[in-house]
Design a protein around this ligand. Structure first.
Ligand code: HEM
Length: 157
């Protein structure tokens, strides 16, 4: 039972660092970068910050998955067949989206694509990337709402 509690503590800590970082990038850093006047300064600042955050996000997504699947194993995988536990599906969906972005899309495609678009039309490139961050943040916050409520017995379906 103590291992279950430890897994829950590590899971929540990882989620706080990870989604807290996404919130900071979305609500503070991208708006500040968008207001910078020089194109070079915009790119340099954004890439430096995202580069550092990307490593944190990779480590915390891995820790979230390890602790999450461990808890699911203890609670029983059959939860995945019950729609009352929709927030478990939401957690796994959010994790899959971020994992694909961080480990596949960003290093192999998105980074190059963003540089290309930012060189042609930086305003549009930052607008798109800002919107994408908002979508991910809102999805993550809804998931956290559902997960905390559901874990403590407040079901919606
Ligand atoms: C591989 C992906 C994931 C798996 C397998 C997973 C699994 C779990 C499990 C089994 C629980 C415990 C449920 C219970 O106590 O009834 C839990 C709790 C929780 N998870 Fe996840 N999770 C994953 C990803 C995420 C993500 C991406 C987030 C945030 C966006 C998240 C946020 C939370 C929160 C906030 C709790 C509730 C802790 C509490 O109030 O006790 N999880 N997760």
């Amino acid at each position: 039972m103590e291992y279950l509690t430890l897994a829950r503590v590590l899971h929540v800590l990882a989620v706080v660092v990870w989604i807290g970082g996404v919130s900071m990038v979305t609500t503070v850093i991208i708006p500040a970068v968008k207001r910078m006047s020089s194109r070079e300064e915009q790119m340099e600042t954004f890439e430096k910050i995202e580069g550092r955050f990307s490593l944190q996000a990779k480590i915390t997504t891995l820790l979230t998955a390890l602790t999450g699947f461990y808890m699911l194993h203890l609670y029983g995988w059959e939860r995945l067949l019950d729609l009352r536990f929709w927030w478990i599906h939401a957690m796994i969906l959010v994790w899959i989206i971020f994992t694909v972005i961080l480990f596949i899309l960003e290093p192999f495609f998105l980074h190059r694509l963003f540089r290309k678009y930012a060189a042609e039309d930086p305003e549009k490139a930052f607008r798109i990337i800002h919107r994408a961050h908002w979508v991910l943040l809102v999805l993550s916050l809804i998931t956290i709402f559902g997960a905390v409520a559901g874990s403590h017995g407040w079901y919606f379906v």
